[in-house]
Write a protein that binds this ligand. Structure first.
Ligand code: RP5
Length: 165
């Protein structure tokens, strides 16, 4: 997470969200982006949520990646209280496989945007990459790293499948 002031906040509703949200954090670490990681629950720690959201802009956060599952109100409630862009990650829930999380996060009323990503690992990974892309608009070193990462990903795709079995 480093000593410099965090540029990106990663928050999640519960410890149980960590295995998913770790994929966003891994991307931020890979790109050397200063970040912070906290548990902030819309339902269990509402005062913590208010304090976090209301201080986000003045603390210099440029994006907030918020992951939650089930009745996933965290990203929307944070977005209601800050102009800092909120990237919502629907965590795969046990009961409804994350469809509940997705619908809770994506169906925001007009005027309170949350950028919503895919359910689970892919969504968390892409939220990390999206935050990197946002920051890269004003950071040429980071832009170069992102271009290199994307080129390596492209080069890693084999032209033909390995025929197994
Ligand atoms: C949400 O409820 C959390 O984001 C989590 O995905 C879900 C279940 O939380 P736990 O009961 O595992 O703490 O608030």
């Amino acid at each position: 997470m480093g000593d410099s002031a965090p540029q990106v906040g990663v928050i999640m509703g519960s410890q149980s969200d960590w295995p998913t949200m770790a994929h966003a954090v891994q991307i931020l670490e890979q790109f050397g982006i200063a970040h912070e990681v906290q548990i902030v629950s819309a339902h269990r720690t509402p005062d913590r949520l208010v304090a976090y959201a209301k201080s986000a802009a003045e603390r210099g956060l440029q994006a907030i990646i918020a992951g939650a599952g089930g009745a996933a109100h965290l990203p929307g409630m944070v977005a209601a209280m800050t102009r800092v862009p909120v990237l919502g990650v629907p965590v795969q829930s046990a009961a409804l496989s994350g469809i509940d999380s997705l619908y809770s996060i994506v169906q925001m009323p007009g005027g309170v945007p949350v950028a919503t990503f895919a359910i689970g690992k892919a969504g968390a990974t892409n939220a990390g990459l999206f935050a990197a892309a946002l920051l890269a608009n004003n950071d040429s070193d980071l832009a170069q790293k992102l271009d290199t990462w994307r080129a390596e990903q492209t080069n890693s795709v084999a032209p033909h499948p390995v025929r197994e079995g």
